[in-house]
Design a protein around this ligand. Structure first.
Ligand code: HEM
Length: 477
């Protein structure tokens, strides 16, 4: 694989860079913006190196590419999802971005906000370095034909937990072709995440192509499918970005009252048990399918667990839990394990998100989260994922699996963590079913505690493609 051409964030999450910020930008003067881009080309991190001082990444929305001349150089190949973006009415119904989460209410990326053209992603080893890079940008960008729309911050924590108190950033597909090896079941074709390589169907993913005449310096490779056009996509990917607000006290209050409805004597540990069943892992990350009744120490070696052999009916990890829906692994309902892995792996995403906002309790321990007073602060997840087919990967997972209340033969159960229901479901509350013998437990009265306040689909180009965008000269066409 051409690691020196692939932006580093696609290959690694930069966990050695605990500080990060994402600058949402709009292009006001394309000529100046192209000059700025040229000045930054050598600063953008590729996956062949891991510089210790900073890592910078760049990705564009379709409107950003249009401002840089896509109308002239682009022939075809960007997907409808990318071109239309995340905030159309149809997309809101597909993703469940309704009511409070509707794009009309978003703080960025919605129809009432200024258009986002590009995101400048800054990863730094410490707060001082991050602050100085942000200050440098604040000084340079306005004079470079680029306007800062908003800066999205992140806040890491030593426990690697998301705000509801569960260890996050664990399960990831292993990209076939990279030195890092994993189990056969968890190894996924590179073309599912990076353009220019074969995908899960042994085909090259549909890649954006540009007119040969727009590339007089031969920066881009020729379309391997033989069209005679140049391949802008190679070594790039689509990046899904959604800012998700988590209502931590609401989540734990609802969980506690649902448990107490069933059993008025329920304890804090009973609440944690229920929430762990909803996630599919214990708060420390230990998979609940491997240890259904008690939280055992977390070990990375156990993350490649499967469901079909030992937990086919969801008695350990419920069928409707967050992780079992988002990746059913070898237990897709109505499929044998081998076929199931094949299907699951055609809907994988590479997650690269980070939390934002202050911790609700410093320890991130659910016991402390349940006790803490509501501080009214905004906190949540800057959800980021990569895929080469937004519809078949991210949107499929969100629409067909997470938001589907009938997933795996369930009846009124959306993803219990996201709580986003199919747009046709008009009930205020929803259920969560815990499969068990002799009878299942049906938890009722659950609510949505994750709302969307911004989002966009981006294209993260490879380094040569960035060079092409920076050097494109409309007058040569
Ligand atoms: C605020 C919102 C969210 C929270 C709190 C959350 C939390 C978690 C947690 C705690 C895990 C288990 C740890 C891990 O494997 O990393 C997980 C896994 C996962 N989540 Fe989420 N998540 C959120 C949003 C989403 C969204 C929007 C999607 C995609 C539509 C998603 C897809 C996944 C996937 C694919 C996995 C790994 C499943 C596996 O392979 O086992 N998550 N999430």
């Amino acid at each position: 694989m051409e690691l020196n051409d692939i932006q580093g964030l696609l290959i690694r999450g930069h966990s050695d860079m605990p500080e990060a910020a994402y600058l949402m930008l709009s292009i006001t003067q394309p000529e100046e913006a192209r000059a700025w881009l040229r000045s930054q080309l050598d600063n953008i991190n590729h996956s062949g190196v891991k510089p210790a001082d900073k890592r910078l990444h760049l990705a564009f929305t379709f409107s950003g590419l249009e401002k840089l001349g896509a109308g002239q150089f682009l022939e075809r190949g960007f997907s409808v999802e990318f071109v239309q973006g995340m905030s159309t009415d149809y997309k809101s119904r597909v993703l469940g971005d309704l009511e409070e989460s509707a794009p009309e209410n978003w703080q960025w990326g919605g129809p009432k906000n200024e258009a986002i053209d590009l995101v400048w992603m800054i990863f730094a080893p410490d707060k001082t370095t991050l602050a100085s890079i942000l200050a440098e940008n604040a000084a340079v960008l306005p004079a470079s034909g680029i306007k800062l729309i908003t800066t999205l911050d992140t806040q890491g924590n030593p426990h690697n937990r998301e705000h509801f108190g569960f260890r996050d950033g664990i399960a990831q597909p292993i990209i076939d072709g990279l030195p890092k090896k994993g189990t056969a079941e968890n190894t996924v074709a590179a073309g599912e995440f990076i353009f220019g390589y074969e995908n899960g169907y042994n085909q090259l993913p549909e890649s954006p192509l540009v007119k040969s005449a727009s590339d007089p310096n031969n920066l881009l490779p020729v379309d391997p499918k033989g069209s005679g056009l140049k391949d802008l996509g190679r070594n790039g990917s689509y990046m899904v970005f959604r800012q998700l607000v988590q209502d931590v006290p609401g989540f734990w209050e609802t969980t506690a009252s649902a448990v107490k409805n069933e059993n008025p004597d329920a304890t804090v540990e009973d609440c944690i048990f229920l929430a762990s069943k909803m996630v599919g892992r214990w708060p420390n990350g230990h998979p609940i399918t491997l240890s259904p009744t008690e939280e055992k120490p977390y070990s990375k070696e156990e993350d490649d667990f499967l469901y079909a052999e030992k937990d086919p009916h969801g008695f350990g990890c419920p069928l409707g839990s967050h992780i079992r829906r988002a990746n059913p692994r070898d237990a897709m309902p109505d499929n044998k394990p081998k076929g199931s892995v094949k299907i699951s792996n055609r809907h994988r995403i590479l997650r690269r998100g980070r939390s934002f906002g202050p911790p609700f309790a410093e320890s991130f321990d659910p016991r402390d989260l349940m006790k803490a007073e509501d501080d009214g602060q905004l906190r949540g997840l800057q959800f980021i994922c990569f895929n080469t087919n937004i519809q078949r990967q991210f949107e499929f997972v969100q629409h067909q699996w997470s938001n589907n209340t009938k997933f795996a033969g369930l009846y009124s159960d959306p993803d219990p963590i996201l709580g986003i229901k199919d747009s046709r479901d008009k009930h205020d509350t929803h259920d969560f079913t815990i499969q068990a013998e002799p009878v299942r437990r049906k938890i009722q009265g659950l609510r949505r505690h994750v709302e969307v306040i911004g989002g966009a689909y981006f294209f993260m180009p490879g380094l040569q493609a960035l060079r092409f965008l920076a050097q494109f000269n409309p007058s040569t066409l």
